[in-house]
Each structure stands twice: as C-alpha cells, then as structure tokens.
Design a protein around this ligand. Sequence first.
Ligand code: GDP
Ligand code: IMO
Ligand code: MG
Length: 421
Amino acid sequence: MKVDVLLGLQWGDEGKGKVVDVLTPRYNIVARFQGGPNAGHTLEFEGHHYVLRSIPSGIFQRGQINVIGNGVVLDPVLFMEEANDLEKSGVDLKRILKISRKAHLIMPTHRLLDAANERMKGDRKVGTTGKGIGPTYTDKISRHGLRVGDIAENFEQKYQAAKQRHIALLTSMGSEVDVTALEARWMQGIEYLKQFDIIDSEFFINKQLAEGKSVLCEGAQGTMLDIDFGSYPFVTSSNTICAGACAGLGVAPRKIGEVYGIFKAYCTRVGAGPFPTELFDETGAEIRRIGHEYGAVTGRERRCGWIDLVALRYTIMLNGVTQLIMMKSDVLDGFDTIKACDAYEVNGKVTRDFPFSIEQGIKPIYTELPGWKTDMTHLTSEDQFPKAFSDYIAFLEEKLGVPITIVSVGPDRQQTIIRKH
Ligand code: GDP
Ligand code: IMO
Ligand code: MG
C-alpha cells in the first residue's frame, strides 16, 4: 500500500486537523511527521471542539492507530496535558497512540532559548509560538538532542549534560536561568510518557504497509513556513513539505501515493514575515471577523489577505500535490467580489513564478471575480453550488493545474463536500 500525505500549502492553519479527521475512516494509521506543539489543529463534530497540538488528528474515528513519528519534537509536559484531557473525554489513547523512539524531546531550557533568541533578534524576530521548536531542532541538527528512546537509559545524566549546555548558552545571552519548577513538572511528563507504546515507528509503518494497511500522514504548519522553501528566515524549523513525511517517518519516496494540498479560499499568516496579499483595510478585518481568524492555541490575531496563486503554484510544485482541498470558502459567502493574485509585479516586471525574496517591492496583480452571495454552510453536494462558486472553482483549477476534490463549507466534520472527479 501507498502512504498518502495531507499538508498545508499556505502559512499554516489551513484546516488540516478537520480534514484529517474526515479522511481517517479511509485509513488504518494516521501519523504526524514533523513539527510539535507549535501546531494547533481544530476538530469539530457532534458539538465537540478539540484542539490537538502534538497528537495526530485521527484519534476520534474508529480506533485507527495514530503515530507520532521521529520527525516530531515532543514536549512531555504539553503532551501530558493534552493526552490527559483527551483521556478524560473518553479517548483510549494508550491503546491507539504509538510514539517513535527517535522523536526529539523539547526541554524547558529549549523554551527559554526560544525566548532569548527572539529577544536578541529585536525587530527581526520571527514571532515564534515560544514552544522551543527552533532550539530543539537546532540541537537535533547539531547532534546534541535528547530523544524519547534516551529515557530508557542513563537519562538523568544525558538530561543534565544537555541542560548545562543550555544554561551556558542562556547565560552568554544575558538570560537569568532558574528551571527548578519547570524541571520538576517536566520530569513528571517524562514519567507519564513511559506509559505509552514507545516504538521504532519506521519498522512499524513499513511492516503495516507490507501487510496491506494504509497510512495518512498529517502535516503541521504549511509549505510557506518550510525551513528550506518558506519565507526564510520567517519560517519554522522543520521541513513541512511532502519530503518531510519520508524523513519524518522513515517512508521511502516511492511509497508516497496521493498528496492532498490544503488551502483556504483566502490566506492568513500568524507571526512576523512577508505576506504579499495581506489586507490592512476593512476587507481584511471582515475576513478575520467572519473566519474567526485567531490562533487556535495562542489566540493571536491572524493576518488576513486574498488568495495568492503565485505562492500556491510554487507550493503545489514542491509537494507534487495530486488533489486540492479548499477550506473556509463559506467565509467569503457574503462578498460582492473576490480577488485572487495570479502574478506579482517585482521592480516593474510581471512574474508568475515565486521569487527568491518576497520581503520587499512585491505588488500583487489581482483578478477580480464575482462573489456567489449564497450561504453555503448547509450545502451537502456540489450539485447545489451556486454558478458563481462553480466558476470560482473552475478558475482556481485552471490556474493551479490540479483538481479540487474536497470543499469545506464550515468547521464541522459534516460540512465537507467531496466532489466527483
Ligand atoms: P490547522 O492548524 O490547519 O488544523 O487549522 P486550525 O485549526 O489552526 O485553523 C482552522 C480554523 O478554521 C479552525 O478554527 C477550524 O475549526 C476552522 N475551520 C476549518 N474548516 C472550516 C471551514 O470550512 N469553514 C469555516 N468557517 N471554518 C473552518
Ligand atoms: P498549524 O499546524 C500557523 C509560525 C509561527 C511563527 C513561525 C515560527 O496549526 O498550522 P515556531 O514556533 O514554529 O518556531 O514559529 O511559524 N507557526 C505557525 N503558524 N500555524 C502553525 O501550525 C504554526 N506553527 C508555527 O507563528 O511565525
Ligand atoms: Mg493551526
């Protein structure tokens, strides 16, 4: 069997959690391959509302196995809080969740380093989620990291060595360090983690595939936040692209099947960094208000703008997207007209290709389309789409070169329209 991948094509928060939950019944296993508790994936069904951070979004269906892969960075305290809440709501997590031995651990000092790095960057700060993501991946790459599998042997010694390194670094950056309280809680988290099935997830997944089982990989963040191809340096510290699923789970590239690319009918971004189609006017405020564009975890205001087809073509190319999923089109239900950026003007020249830097001098060139002026939130099939909406889909498919196979018209699991193709 092949491994399908679902990932964000914009700057995150596209609605990945919702669609992973919807697609889970088609799969045997759901696996996260990168990122950590910087993610906030929202699921709504039967009146429930959940926000998942480190735990995959396939835990609420029919007992599918969920895997936290080696590419993920795990904070034991946040994991314990998240898992405890889920267990209280009746999810039998210890039965269905497996965690890779090779996933890296986020330490309390990583969070302090995240804050210190941001402080030192001044007005070039990234606006991180403050969860220690960058410093944990830095330690992984510089070969200093602590992994889940390390808990089994001489852990205290390994932890102390890593902590002392961090303290020296923090002191050199002028930060006061007292981790006593944080550390005690963190060690509780480590003890809690030991109750879970800690596995060699690369073997598990490949064996399952050999037995004919199917896997859905759940991306976190979005391609425009990818460490290599995103709007560097205003990015996260992992490969959010499809290739990240191979490295973050130990799945060979030729085993990748469908690649679901998910995007909003407009665009949002949280944190700092360039955003060519950002709207600073009343329209941007209206999208934020109607779309409830505030961070799922931090409550931070999301910056809003029109859909950017130049960036989408780039992210579709990088991921080899085979199917597109359009989210939150209902947010635009009341708009008279809708704009889509199909090209940039850079230093007086028009380009349809994504440039090296989008930090300065980018003028979006818009195509204006008629709005559909219909409440779409109750629609159940594409036959009910208003003509202007069908035309909008046809326009996007023509510009992006990939079919839109799923349209989401509200946050609930039910508000999902699977198109015939
Ligand atoms: P993720 O990080 O990609 O999983 O996305 P988030 O959960 O951070 O943000 C998506 C937000 O949009 C959540 O509040 C969802 O409940 C909500 N949402 C998802 N799909 C739709 C949709 O089609 N319409 C509307 N109005 N809201 C949606
Ligand atoms: P989900 O999975 C949106 C952003 C942060 C910041 C940058 C780096 O819910 O889509 P980090 O803490 O990763 O070092 O922050 O990336 N960011 C996200 N933005 N959705 C996310 O995740 C994000 N995870 C990180 O705001 O700009
Ligand atoms: Mg999110």
